[in-house]
Design a protein around this ligand. Structure first.
Ligand code: SF4
Length: 363
């Protein structure tokens, strides 16, 4: 099928997606342009911000790609105090970010769960609930997800990392703490509770094929998620997966593949929120802008106090680690204007797809 025929299709089969992901050069540019046009038509040129607060790098898991995995004993572990988190949230509000995202290594102990509940409630007290709250705190019980939802969190990000079970177990240990079925069940639980649920994958993993990536996109569509985050895989030298670093596509190819994944998903799910992940900017200084131009519409500027950021390196050489929040603010504004986009300040920036779905259910 010609590219034009493909781009005009209403629904993509798996083989269509594979063909789109295989485009190069001029054809790839046509795909990105089409995705951009669809985004502008459905979501305008707005970019939404989530002030990212990296609460703690203490984690019970040991994902094979992750720099802060529990088996990496080179990492200094930290945990922000409640007041430090509140200060970050207040700064995000002052800068007009509209939303914060709290991310942490995974913990299920009572003290952690209760701390999050208190924090969500305290953040909701800032200016009468002015800030939207996304949580990204891993796998939890249905009861804990419900407790945090009732406290005021309304978005939750739990990346599947790969929807292919075989690949999942190549990038995670195969044990009771890293269980593919459990991860799927958690995503279902979040959807059922009513969170704007986000997921995502790394692109350019060892053993990952275009077929597998196409299945990932179909998985997002089938689950009807509200948000997706995808970024290029960046091997971390202190992790087991690093042994395959010479078997993965080049940084440029991983970046291009990520852009094509974003673009194809924008065509498949025109009104979801899609994050231009920091990993894009790490492999390419213009990576975040390229992701926005390929169809992404969310950026997560880092609000974590600078002294802790070096200890939250899931992958190495992360971009903007030394930038102060105020510097990030003006830098982002200029960068987005330069590519014809505008940041929507002081707004939650909810997923339009999700908002429409809920209003259909209510009416
Ligand atoms: S990816 Fe998340 S859950 Fe896995 S080891 Fe890293 S911080 Fe923990």
């Amino acid at each position: 099928m010609t590219l034009q025929h493909l781009l005009d299709k209403q629904y993509f089969e798996k083989e269509d997606i594979v063909q789109l992901l295989a485009t190069e050069g001029e054809e790839m540019q046509q795909l990105l342009q089409k995705a951009r046009e669809v985004k502008f038509a459905r979501l305008d040129n707005y970019v939404h911000l989530r002030g990212l607060i990296e609460l703690s790098n203490i984690c019970r898991k040991s994902c094979l790609y992750c720099g802060v995995r529990s088996d990496n004993h080179k990492v200094d572990r930290y945990e922000l105090t409640e007041d430090e988190v509140l200060e970050c949230a207040q700064m995000a509000h002052k800068l007009g970010y509209g939303s914060v995202a709290i991310q942490s290594g995974e913990r299920n102990d009572k003290a952690f769960v209760e701390k999050i509940t208190r924090l969500v409630k305290r953040i909701k007290e800032i200016d009468n609930g002015a800030l939207g709250i996304t949580l990204s705190l891993g796998e939890q019980s249905d009861e804990v997800y419900q407790e945090w939802f009732e406290a005021g969190a309304h978005r939750y990000l739990l990346r599947i990392e790969s929807s292919n079970e075989e690949l999942y177990y190549k990038i995670h240990p195969h044990d009771e703490r890293h269980d593919f079925a459990r991860r799927l069940a958690c995503i279902d639980s979040l959807l059922k509770i009513g969170y704007q649920t986000g997921t995502g994958v790394m692109v350019g993993l060892p053993f990952q094929t275009l077929d597998v990536l196409a299945e990932d996109l179909l998985f997002f569509k089938k689950k009807d998620v509200a948000m997706v985050g995808m970024g290029p895989f960046i091997p971390h030298p202190d992790t087991p997966l690093y042994q395959y670093a010479n078997q993965i596509p080049s940084a440029e190819d991983r970046m291009n593949l990520t852009l094509k994944m974003i673009a194809v998903l924008r065509l498949m799910m025109p009104e979801i929120n899609m994050v231009a992940a920091t990993a894009n900017q790490t492999v390419d200084p213009m990576g975040r802008e390229k992701a926005i131009m390929a169809g992404a519409n969310v950026i997560m500027p880092n609000m974590t106090p600078n002294e802790y950021r070096e200890d939250y390196l899931i992958y190495p050489d992360k971009a903007c680690v030394s930038d102060k929040p105020e510097e990030c603010y003006s830098c982002l504004d200029i960068r987005m204007k330069a590519i014809g986009h505008q940041i929507l300040y002081n707004a939650w920036g909810d997923s339009v797809a999700f908002t429409k779905k809920i209003s259909k259910l209510v009416n």
